[in-house]
Design a protein around this ligand. Structure first.
Ligand SMILES: NC(=O)c1ccc[n+]([C@@H]2O[C@H](COP(=O)([O-])OP(=O)(O)OC[C@H]3O[C@@H](n4cnc5c(N)ncnc54)[C@H](OP(=O)(O)O)[C@@H]3O)[C@@H](O)[C@H]2O)c1
Length: 323
């Protein structure tokens, strides 16, 4: 069952699963997107993640159409930062780009505000002060309710939190890191930062883009799917160890009578620093096992066993011999 959680130090209540719309207008056509949206709503999900770049704005347009009539019951995010065109200013976290990108997102989503607005990745060309001041202005204008950040290193987020406190600017209230059984970097610095600073965290790729669904393994690839079709994902998960873990994990889940996707999402959901994993799918059939995670409470023993199937990331300092 869905439960509702407070996002960090805000007063916003979100479902403990967020639905990610990266497939809308791409691998999920309008009809499939509608079915995914309705199934998520039926399950009690009130939290939807999107971005300006998802399928060149089509994901936002489709979501914008679907939310009409119930906008006030929803918590929406969007993002800016990845290139939306060839113009060198149509990217990054500059004042110029953020002000125009947020207008585009609001227009496509047919809404007057976004609950959370993510800087999609670190922009080494823009001073953090410029980004934070712009987000603070957008918050004062009511166009965004809270600034948020994705794919930044913990030191970059910590630096930004310090600047916000010093300058009296709205702080990042929510972070969006990648996190799954084979991509556990977030455990080292991001999630401890989240817990220490009482931030919200919604993590993406709980299934490793499909790796942890049972269809990938050593020498085992499906005829189609993101990790075989999208070069950036093929590269991201290329290390053979990932496929060894995927095999072990699928066998573990199947022995216990669960779809691997269900336990993969439940494992992320059970981390005390995570507010909600963001689940994604191309159709409702794929979505069901992820939604089923809401009805699984992993025991500490299962959690330890699942974690032990993968490789612990090295600690933040190399010195790890003392316990
Ligand atoms: N901030 C960021 O940089 C960032 C990056 C990525 C995603 N996100 C957000 O997070 C959301 C979720 O991320 P994600 O799509 O990477 O999550 P994911 O759950 O790791 O991967 C979803 C993909 O796995 C495959 N899949 C899902 N369920 C399956 C099943 N039951 N059986 C077989 N295959 C299944 C599908 O791909 P195939 O059918 O192609 O195999 C599906 O598109 C996105 O929609 C987006 O909102 C954010």
């Amino acid at each position: 069952m869905v439960t509702y959680r407070t996002v960090g130090r805000t007063g916003i209540q979100v479902s403990n699963l967020c639905f990610g719309t990266m497939s809308f207008g791409g691998i999920a056509d309008k009809e499939a997107s509608r079915a995914l949206y309705l199934r998520s709503r039926e399950k009690g999900i009130n939290f939807f993640d999107t971005a300006d770049i998802y399928n060149e704005g089509r994901a936002e347009e489709i979501l914008g159409e679907l939310i009409q009539g119930e906008r006030n019951e929803l918590v929406l995010t969007s993002k800016a930062g990845f290139p939306t065109g060839r113009d060198p200013n149509a990217r990054g976290a500059s004042r110029r780009h953020l002000l125009s990108s947020v207008e585009g997102s609001l227009r496509r989503l047919r809404t007057d505000r976004l609950e959370f607005y993510f800087i999609h990745r670190f922009d080494p060309l823009t001073p953090i002060e410029e980004t934070l001041r712009t987000l603070d202005d957008l918050q004062r204008q009511g166009k965004i309710l809270y600034p948020a950040v994705s794919n930044w290193a913990a030191w970059q987020i910590a630096k930004a939190l310090g600047i916000s406190a010093r300058e009296g600017l709205a702080r990042f209230e929510l972070v969006q890191p990648m996190y799954n059984l084979v991509k556990r970097q977030a455990e080292v610095e991001i999630l401890p930062l989240v817990q220490s600073e009482q931030l919200g965290a919604i993590s993406y790729s709980p299934l490793g883009g499909g790796l942890l669904t049972g269809k990938y393994g050593v020498g085992k690839r499906p005829p189609s799917g993101r990790l075989v079709e999208q070069p950036n994902y093929t590269k991201r998960y290329a290390d053979e160890t990932n496929y060894i873990v995927a095999d072990r994990f699928a066998a573990y889940a199947e022995e216990r009578g669960y779809h691997p996707a269900t336990l993969a999402v439940a494992w992320v959901l059970g981390h005390p620093g995570i507010t909600a994993p963001i689940v994604g799918a191309r159709n409702v059939e794929q979505l069901e096992p992820s939604l089923a995670a809401l009805d699984v409470e992993l025991t500490d023993e299962w959690r330890r066993e699942i974690t032990a199937l993968s490789i612990d990331p090295p600690p933040a300092t190399d010195r790890s011999e003392e316990v």
